[in-house]
Write a protein that binds this ligand. Structure first.
Ligand code: RB5
Length: 170
């Protein structure tokens, strides 16, 4: 029997989700756009625009990083072939917590414990139905705060305190 119970509304403050992909993630981006539409969220599609032209994933990842950092509450979703390149690039920028989640449990926990503000998907790893469910779970699961916020603060502090690689200290 079909359930008629309503699902929890999206926990996206600004109601905007910035989307970026390379050619390896383009096909899955269509599924993500459909999921965002069902959730009533505004998609800011920052490219790329086709699967047949090879592009550099950092160019599109940076567009989404900039959109997320520009306005509190905006979330981002990045898609490349594996999700690895997009994850590596996005996490180079302070304030970004990008989580590569190709399963539902990771998607849920990346919100509850890590307050991820960018979801990364592998376009050559998962199918459309799973991607749509991952997006729904990720956008509707709140951060738990508390000890998890303290740990995120520790991450930021350790990164700030780190000595730049290659710099000689006495
Ligand atoms: C592109 O072929 C591929 O390398 C890219 O989509 C991504 O998987 C990189 O991490």
């Amino acid at each position: 029997m079909c359930s008629t119970s309503s699902r929890p509304g999206p926990a996206v403050d600004a109601g905007i989700v910035a989307l970026g992909c390379d050619h390896g993630g383009f096909a899955l981006k269509g599924e993500v756009l459909a999921a965002l539409g069902q959730l009533g969220l505004t998609a800011l599609d920052l490219g790329c625009d086709c699967a047949t032209v090879s592009v550099n994933y950092p160019d599109y990842g940076k567009k989404v990083v900039d959109a997320v950092l520009a306005r509190p509450g905006v979330r981002g979703i990045l898609i490349c072939g594996t999700g690895l390149g997009m994850s590596i690039m996005a996490n180079r920028f302070p304030g970004i917590r990008a989580a590569l989640c190709n399963d539902l449990f990771s998607a849920m926990m990346s919100r509850r414990h890590n307050d991820a503000n960018i979801l990364v998907l592998g376009g050559r790893i998962i199918g459309g139905a799973l991607a749509q469910e991952i997006v729904r779970v990720w956008l509707t699961t709140p951060f738990e705060g508390g000890r998890h916020q303290q740990r995120l603060d520790l991450v930021e502090q350790l990164a700030r305190d780190a000595r730049p690689v290659g710099v000689q200290h006495p």
